[in-house]
Design a protein. Structure first.
Ligand code: SAH
Length: 364
């Protein structure tokens, strides 16, 4: 019997607080089924069986930033770039509504083509059709965030990626951790539902640093946390020189399996510590495991973000290789994920799925 683990899990499930050391113990588990089980019960208790679907529109893969691990990085010359014009973005959002989605997520690289004026127009048009709207378009000034909020945007998603200063400097050159934290503070101050999250498994990232990330997300506190396993992209410098290395190739599968499992553990710990927030089963998880999103939904997650982008662009929004559903249509994705959700006894929510804060004495 793992009695100390049982004690930590009981404490987390009741008090929703753990020390960094206790979090680390959970992240180090080899057999972590008790952890994901505990997270699944907490999810059930606080949020029930509803899964919220968010229609994802990836409207531009141009990016002014140069994150070392990301396929959209400025210096990646191999990637064919695209932009969707504002009118077409609005059309895609309307179509997504016709498939039954209640939330639109607009996602892109950091593309200055979309001026504040263009974005405000897109946001206010989409808001006319009574849908919740999330933006995931990177770092902006306070004034820009304010303009989008005034135009009606409800939520903003900006992953902190890592709170480790050294890793951040190494992987996000030209950016600064303190500015990213400031952006999240501004987003929160403006009354957006605030989403953040991390990437899990960057070479050099330790479990201890991930434990600190988890406590940071709780300290904000976020309304939503997205956890994505790192996947090697051959068109980025993280991969550089390794393509010819046979040993690396054989280790790659094991490495990515490990990132998948660590991401599940991180998600489960987050659910225990923040029982009522929204946690998506991310696309990157399904890329590494054909059942990834279902496994995530049974380990604490309560949100899925199906792709509502059309045609070639699905493939071209290539953050990492092997992205799922690149040849599908938005209609097929909606149908397919709905069936998967029903197959595990869960239901698709008919609401916009705002963060419902628990009014529960034992969770403060
Ligand atoms: N520009 C926006 C959104 C871009 S989407 C923003 O900054 O929020 C980019 C997201 O994909 C990042 O937040 C990162 O966490 C994830 N990502 C990038 N490269 C990745 C990789 N190789 N493997 C897994 N996830 C990756």
């Amino acid at each position: 019997m793992n009695t100390d683990i049982d004690l930590i899990l009981n404490k987390a499930a009741l008090e929703h607080f753990l020390t960094e050391k206790e979090i680390l113990r959970l992240l180090e588990l080899k057999d972590f089924s008790a952890l994901t089980c505990a997270a699944d019960s907490v999810r059930q208790k606080y949020l029930g069986d509803e899964v919220h679907l968010r229609a994802l529109i990836e409207f531009s893969n141009y990016c002014g930033q140069n994150c070392v691990y990301c396929g959209l990085r400025r210096d990646n010359r191999v990637l064919e770039r695209y932009r969707i014009e504002p009118d077409e973005i609005i059309e895609l959002a309307k179509k997504a509504k016709s498939y039954g989605y209640k939330t639109i997520v607009l996602q892109s690289g950091e593309d200055r083509y979309y001026s504040v004026e263009k974005l405000v127009k897109i946001i206010s048009e989409i808001k006319k059709s009574d849908m919740a709207l999330t933006l995931r378009i990177g770092e902006k000034t306070y004034e820009e965030y304010k303009a989008f909020r005034d135009a009606g945007a409800d939520r903003y998603l900006l992953r902190i990626e890592t709170t480790d200063e050294e890793l951040y400097a190494k992987y996000d050159p030209g950016m600064s951790l303190s500015n990213r934290k400031q952006c999240l503070e501004n987003i929160k101050k403006l009354g957006y539902e605030t989403g953040s999250g991390i990437i899990v498994g960057l070479p050099g990232q330790t479990l201890q640093s991930i434990a600190k990330d988890i406590l940071y997300l709780k300290s904000i506190p976020v309304d939503m946390a997205g956890i994505g396993p790192f996947i090697y992209n051959p068109d980025t410098p993280v991969y550089c020189g390794k393509t010819q290395n046979l040993e690396f190739k054989t280790r790659l599968k094991e490495f990515e399996k490990n990132n998948f499992e660590t991401s599940l553990k991180v998600m489960a710990v987050l659910r225990l510590l923040m029982p009522d927030i929204n946690i998506p089963a991310t696309t990157a998880m399904e890329t590494l495991n054909p059942q990834g999103r279902i496994i995530a939904l049974q380990s604490g997650a309560n949100v899925v973000m199906p792709n509502a982008t059309e045609g070639e662009r699905r493939k071209q929004y290539a953050i990492y290789p092997g992205k799922i559903c690149i040849s599908d249509t938005p209609a097929k994705c909606s149908f397919c994920i709905t069936n998967k959700i029903k197959s595990i006894g869960r239901t698709v929510s008919q609401h916009q799925g705002f963060h419902k804060k628990a009014i529960n004495k034992e969770y403060i």
